[in-house]
Design a protein around this ligand. Structure first.
Ligand SMILES: [Zn+2]
Length: 444
């Protein structure tokens, strides 16, 4: 019997499939059939010819309010986190609702073009008008047909560095932020840092929100707020709702302390986000040689079974003038910076920008906790990438050929092609990648 679908993808390789190509049928926003061959008609019938079918990319840590402002009002010449915070302090005085919205939308489109379908953004809530937060809450609604956005209220300047900041953070939660953030290592004193973590947990409980703290984003081995965050999460048994972002100081702790800390982290079950592009460029700035990498213990956290995801953090802003929203660049950098070059480790880094990110955001469906995101009954949020396996996708930084969100076709792209002019017959008209199994994406 011939079935009718909204979309059928023909002869693709599932990320966690058995290596044989399959047809995948989508109806009413859900993956409704997967089989070697589907007898089917569809609104969009796409022959994807051996390309990879993958869950979408998840951007678990980005600052959309500062995105695309690099060089305004001046460039970060020292390259340090603290000069970045100073420049942002000057730039944010001239923010308007419209300008933040426009830049955030532009950045989200850039991310969507690279297959990102979920974004957790921080919104700076250290200035009295809360312009950045209001704009990003607005954007969250504007894009809901093509992107899921979470907004974290982030007190960039600290909760206790200024008398008004604590109230601004709470006001942000009243206005509808999805989560509460913090920056304990940037508070004026160690005591203020600890107090800020306790305040964050109290607010999260009072307003029933997620927690995502910029935690120990510094090379200082004495910056030890991660243990405070993990202990609070453990005592309240809410580790799955808590994220420690950056934790770069973890790379500078001596091993005796790190081993003890790892035991607490295992018990707390909190989530971790590393931002390799930014950690590598902002940290180690006070070192001569040997120079630290300034990236948290990604490999060891992963080996302990803790949930680690990877974020871009910045796209063309006072902290990082580069970046285009492509999470394959982030995964690729993590593989190098974290010594994750084993086959299983490379695939783990792919998970860190897909399903682990969903888990960090608290959006991994219950039914996919132990299984695949690409099986019958799962939401039809997925990508087709121009390579047959996740390994090849990372190796080639494969482009997104198709993005399907909520069962609707979001974008399609023509394959890249390279035509040699050299007089060798076997070099004529081949793809620019070295995999010959991929043909043209056709839509009969
Ligand atoms: Zn950040």
């Amino acid at each position: 019997m011939t079935e009718h679908f909204d979309i059928v993808l023909r002869q693709g390789h599932l990320l966690d499939g058995d290596g044989h190509p399959v047809d995948l049928g989508i109806r009413d926003g859900v993956i409704t059939a997967i089989a070697p061959r589907l007898e089917a008609t569809a609104e969009h019938d796409l022959d994807i010819q051996g390309c990879l079918i993958s869950p979408p990319f998840v951007e678990s840590h980005i600052h959309l309010d500062s995105a695309l402002t690099a060089g305004e009002p001046r460039w970060n010449q020292s390259g340090t986190l603290f000069e970045g915070i100073q420049i942002w302090g000057e730039r944010k005085r001239s923010l308007t609702l419209d300008s933040v919205k426009q830049r955030a939308l532009e950045a989200l489109k850039l991310q969507a073009s690279h297959g990102v379908q979920y974004v957790r953004t921080h919104a700076d809530v250290s200035e009295p008008s809360l312009t950045a937060l209001k704009a990003l809450l607005d954007v969250r609604e504007t894009v809901q047909d093509w992107m899921t956005v979470q907004v974290i209220a982030f007190p960039q300047d600290g909760i206790y560095s200024n008398v008004q900041n604590e109230a601004l953070l709470e006001e942000a939660l009243k206005l509808g932020a999805d989560g509460v953030g913090g920056i304990p290592h940037y508070e004026l004193t160690r005591e203020d840092g600890v107090r800020s973590v306790h305040r964050i947990f109290a607010l999260a409980q009072q307003y029933d929100r997620l927690i995502d703290i910029h935690c120990d984003e510094i090379d200082d081995p004495q910056s030890r707020f991660l243990e405070v965050v993990a202990a609070c999460a453990l005592r309240q048994a809410i580790g799955h709702r808590v994220t420690a972002s950056h934790t770069t100081a973890f790379a500078s702790y001596d091993n005796a302390y790190a081993v003890k800390l790892m035991g607490l982290l295992r018990r707390s079950r909190i989530n971790f986000i590393a931002n390799p592009l930014i950690n590598l460029t902002l940290q180690g700035r006070a070192d001569s040689y040997p120079k630290r990498r300034g990236i948290t213990r990604v490999k060891e956290l992963w080996q302990q079974g803790l949930n680690v995801s990877l974020g871009h953090d910045c796209i063309q802003d006072p902290w990082y003038s580069l970046g285009n929203g492509n999470l394959l660049d982030v995964a690729h950098m993590a593989i190098h910076a974290c010594h994750m070059t084993g086959q299983a480790e490379i695939l783990a880094c792919y998970d860190m920008v897909t399903r682990n990110g969903l888990q960090t955001l608290g959006l991994l469906p219950e039914t996919a906790q132990r299984g695949s995101l690409l099986c019958q009954g799962q939401p039809a949020n997925l990508l087709v990438l121009e390579a047959p396996t996740a390994f090849d996708v990372i190796k080639n930084r494969a482009v997104v050929m198709v993005s399907i969100y909520g069962g609707r076709l979001l974008l399609r792209r023509k394959p890249r092609a390279l035509y040699w002019s050299l007089p060798s017959p076997e070099t004529h008209g081949t793809s620019d990648e070295n995999d010959k199994s991929l043909g043209n994406l056709s839509d009969p």
